[in-house]
Design a protein around this ligand. Structure first.
Ligand SMILES: [Zn+2]
Length: 430
């Protein structure tokens, strides 16, 4: 790439700084809360209007019938495509447009998009409307600086990442939008920070374990069989054998934070016995021996592990309890699973992004892996596209927190990195 193009891109990004701020603020002011999935059409139409005026062909796609989609809360997605002057590969920027619940503890208006100094505040500022805005500015600046580019550039804004992405990227991937013959490079501008490249994520297995007992009067528990005590035995066995086993399983994936460089298991919930009553209920509980107890486990596994083996470990633990505990009966049900994925550090999109980070920030990019999953899982498994990374501005720790914010300077730097990636992959030979 030429120094002139480098400078041209830097100038175009700098000239768009106010636009970057106002675009980010506009996006934050559209409260795309998920659940239940509010204002999805509104945010897609806002982007369609802007990108349509910038010369993109725009498709609005409803994930009709997908998990979460309903007449009251339709799952709308946007894909915008800009064709270059010659044939070549397609670089796709995918951002989710949904945000999580506001929660408590805010000192700012969560949808006011207040600006103070270098920061823009609001729900979704960091995760990930700041990244979406940075990618839009990056693409517009690149097209202005390099109108003769080869290939095509796509920007998508997709639904429901925060609830699994079934009405968003999964649906688009099923419809062929990420097929390797139409898209060759994907950047997901999640808030991993402007100097880090996220190559993938660990795997996930959620399951529900239920223990069974027999109901009886609480004054004569010996006439029943307590499912809660049975579950207590399961938890004790877990502490004694399963957690120590998981701690020995280490990964070579560069997961951040470091504590997640091993297998982990969270007990997401526990429910046993009488159901909780509504808030207004003033009566006492009835004395009963609990005949059912359920836990939901959230097991995160490593690229070195096999999902069938992960399931066998938990099954073996339950069988150990059964072997020593009279009357012990259980069921286990799969709820959700995601395979781990990791793009190669030498994949074209990872290499180009690392080089651009070094040029813009003057330091080496760090390659990381996310402890939790994001929409890359669908692009990998359904779309069969491996050349995919997450790269975007924002500090991951602020995601989903009160007073979430994004730095304007970081967004501008990340936009410049993204534009330089486009230049490396698409600029015509000088
Ligand atoms: Zn996100």
């Amino acid at each position: 790439m030429t120094a002139a193009l480098d400078q041209g891109i830097a100038d175009e990004i700098a000239a768009r700084r106010d636009d970057l701020v106002s675009l980010t603020r506009d996006l934050i002011r559209i409260p795309t809360l998920n659940p239940p999935g509010l204002n999805y059409l509104e945010i897609c139409e806002y982007l369609a209007d802007r990108l349509g005026r910038a010369g993109f062909r725009v498709d609005l796609i409803r994930a009709e019938g997908a998990r979460g989609d309903s007449a009251a809360h339709p799952r709308w997605n946007l894909v915008a495509r800009h064709e270059g002057a010659g044939s070549g590969e397609c670089v796709h920027f995918n951002s989710h447009h949904d945000v999580v619940a506001v929660g408590h503890g805010w000192t700012r208006d969560p949808f006011g998009a207040e600006v103070e100094g270098d920061r823009i505040y609001g729900r979704g500022a960091c995760d990930m409307k700041g990244g979406l805005a940075a990618s839009v500015i990056a693409v517009e600046a690149f097209i202005a600086a390099c109108p003769g580019y080869r290939g095509a550039i796509e920007i998508s804004a997709t639904a429901d990442e925060e609830s699994g992405g079934f009405g968003g990227v999964a649906h688009l991937a099923e419809q062929g939008w990420f097929a390797p013959e139409r898209v060759q490079h994907v950047i997901i501008p999640e808030p991993l920070h402007k100097d880090r490249i996220c190559l993938g994520h660990r795997g996930v297995w959620w399951a529900e374990i239920e223990t069974m007992g027999r109901i009886a009067h609480g004054s004569m528990p010996f006439l029943g069989d307590s499912a809660v005590r049975h579950m207590g035995a399961v938890l004790a066995e877990m502490e004694a054998t399963l957690f120590p086993l998981l701690a020995t399983k280490r990964t070579s994936m560069p997961v951040i934070p470091e504590g997640a460089r091993q297998s982990t298991l969270n007990i997401n919930s526990i429910h046993g016995g009488e159901a909780e009553q509504d808030e207004g209920y003033t009566g006492l509980p009835a004395p009963c021996v609990p005949d059912r107890c359920r836990i939901v486990i959230d097991r995160r596994f490593l690229i070195e592990e096999d999902l069938a083996e992960v399931k066998r470990e938990v099954g073996a633990m339950l069988e150990r309890v059964k072997a020593v505990r009279p009357g012990f009966a259980y069921e286990i049900r799969d709820l959700f699973e995601v395979q781990p994925t990791m793009t190669d550090e030498d994949a074209p999109i990872a290499r180009s992004t690392a080089a651009a980070i070094e040029r813009v920030l003057g330091r080496r990019a760090a390659f990381v892996v996310s402890p939790g999953t994001y929409d890359q899982k669908h692009i990998d498994r359904i779309g069969r596209l491996r050349n995919c990374i997450a790269y975007g501005p924002g500090i991951l720790d602020l995601a989903h927190q009160p007073d979430e914010w994004v730095s304007i300077g970081d967004m501008a730097d990340a936009a410049q990195v993204m534009a330089l990636v486009l230049a490396e992959l698409m600029a015509p030979p000088a």
